[in-house]
Design a protein around this ligand. Structure first.
Ligand SMILES: [Zn+2]
Length: 347
C-alpha cells in the first residue's frame, strides 16, 4: 500500500492464501466462519471490513477455497484442482469485481453500474461452470457507487442457491444501509504483537524486527510484503516534518522530505501522519516521557497546539484530494506553518 500498489504486489506474488493457517491472527473471525462452514449454513453474502493490509483479501480467498474445495475439512485442503486454481486466481467460478482501468490506463475511482450489470447481473443466472459455487468477490466495495449498489440489492437479497458474494471494504461509510443489512459483517482488526512476532520470524526479519513490527501496526500484509521498509522511510520523513520547527529557515531541510512523501499514495501518507500525531500527543501527556528528546523537539516545533492544528488539516485533506488539490500543495499547507507562535511548555 505504500510505494507499490497492492495489485502490483499481488501480481508479483501471483498466488493467494487459500488454507486456513495462511491467515495470521483473526482467530475469532475464523472460528465463527468455521462453525457455519461445518453446519452448511455459510451466509450467501458477507462483508469483510478492516484496515488496509490486515488480511481481508486473504480471508476472501480462504473462504472461496473452502466453499469450492473438493475435500473440505471444512477449510480448503490446498491440494485439489479447485484449490490450486483458486490459489492462482484461475478458477472460472470465482469472479473478481474490482476497479477497471480507464482508457488512459489509470484506475477508475468507482465501480460503475455498467460493470455490475456485465460482470454480475448478466452472469449470475448461469450456474457454476466447474465448481460447486459461483463466487463474486467485490473489492473495494466502497467503490460501488449508489447506482451500482442499488443494482446489486436484489441479488444480494435473494441470490441463486449456488451464488455467494464476498464484499471487501476498508470502510463502511459509502455503503448503503440496505446493502449492509443484506450482508453478514466480519470485521478484521489489527492483529496482536505476539502474532506479528511470529510472522516476523517466519519472514526471517531479524536485525530490525522491533522497528518492522512497530511500523506495521498490526497489519500482517505490511510485514509479509516487505512494505515495512517503505513505511520506515515514510515515517522518518514525517517525523522530520512534524518535529522540525516549520519556519522559513527550516525549509531547505524540509524540502527533500516532501519529495519522499510524494512517492507514496496520499491517503497512506495522511493515515500515517495522523497516527504519528496521536502517538506524539500521547507521549506529551505522559510525565515519564515528558522530558525525552522527542518531546523537546515537538515542543520546539510548536508543541501540542501545532500538532492539533496539523491533525485538523489532515482530517480535512481527503476531501481536498477529491477536489484534485495537488498532493504537494496539500502537504505544504499541512506541514509548513510560517506564521505560528512558539509554544512555551507542556501544557
Ligand atoms: Zn481442496
Amino acid at each position: 500500500m505504500a510505494k507499490r500498489k497492492p495489485e502490483e504486489i499481488e501480481i508479483l506474488k501471483c498466488t493467494y492464501p487459500i488454507v486456513r493457517d495462511e491467515l495470521s491472527g483473526h482467530g475469532k473471525a475464523l472460528e465463527i466462519l468455521e462453525k457455519s462452514l461445518k453446519n452448511g449454513t455459510f451466509p450467501a453474502t458477507v462483508l469483510i471490513s478492516g484496515p488496509p493490509r490486515v488480511g481481508k483479501t486473504s480471508l476472501a480467498y480462504i473462504i472461496a477455497a473452502a466453499l469450492e474445495c473438493e475435500a473440505p475439512t471444512p477449510w480448503a485442503c490446498g491440494e485439489c484442482l479447485s484449490c490450486r486454481k483458486i490459489k492462482r486466481s484461475l478458477f472460472p467460478d470465482l469472479r473478481i469485481i474490482t476497479l477497471e482501468e480507464s482508457d488512459k490506463g489509470k484506475l477508475k475511482s468507482q465501480i460503475l453500474v455498467e460493470q455490475v450489470r456485465k460482470e454480475v447481473l448478466e452472469t449470475i443466472e448461469l450456474p457454476p461452470y466447474e465448481g460447486k459455487k459461483l463466487i463474486f468477490i467485490i473489492e473495494p466495495a466502497e467503490a460501488l457507487n449508489i447506482s451500482s449498489q442499488n443494482a446489486l440489492l436484489k441479488v444480494l437479497e435473494e441470490p441463486p442457491s449456488y451464488a455467494h458474494f464476498i464484499l471487501i471494504a476498508k470502510d463502511f461509510g459509502p455503503l448503503l444501509p440496505t446493502v449492509r443489512s443484506r450482508c453478514q459483517e466480519i470485521h478484521l482488526s489489527e492483529v496482536e504483537d505476539s502474532e506479528m512476532e511470529k510472522i516476523a520470524l517466519e519472514m526471517n526479519i531479524r536485525g530490525r524486527k522491533r522497528e518492522a513490527i512497530d511500523v506495521s501496526r498490526g497489519r500482517p500484509g505490511i510485514l509479509i510484503s516487505g512494505e515495512w521498509e517503505d513505511f520506515l522511510e515514510l515515517r522518518g520523513a514525517l517525523e522530520q516534518l512534524l518535529v522540525l520547527g516549520s519556519s522559513l529557515e527550516d525549509y531547505p531541510k524540509l524540502a527533500p522530505m516532501f519529495d519522499v512523501l510524494l512517492e507514496y499514495q496520499p491517503l497512506v501518507v495522511l493515515d500515517e501522519a495522523a497516527y504519528m500525531i496521536k502517538e506524539m500527543s500521547r507521549s506529551l501527556e505522559d510525565p515519564e516521557s515528558g522530558r525525552s528528546e522527542t518531546c523537546r523537539k515537538i515542543l520546539g516545533a510548536g508543541g501540542r497546539e501545532n500538532l492539533f492544528r496539523k491533525a485538523k488539516l489532515i482530517l480535512e485533506a481527503p476531501s481536498l484530494l477529491v477536489r484534485n488539490v495537488q498532493p504537494k500543495l496539500l502537504y505544504q499547507s499541512i506541514f509548513l506553518d510560517l506564521g505560528r507562535k512558539p509554544d512555551t511548555g507542556l501544557n
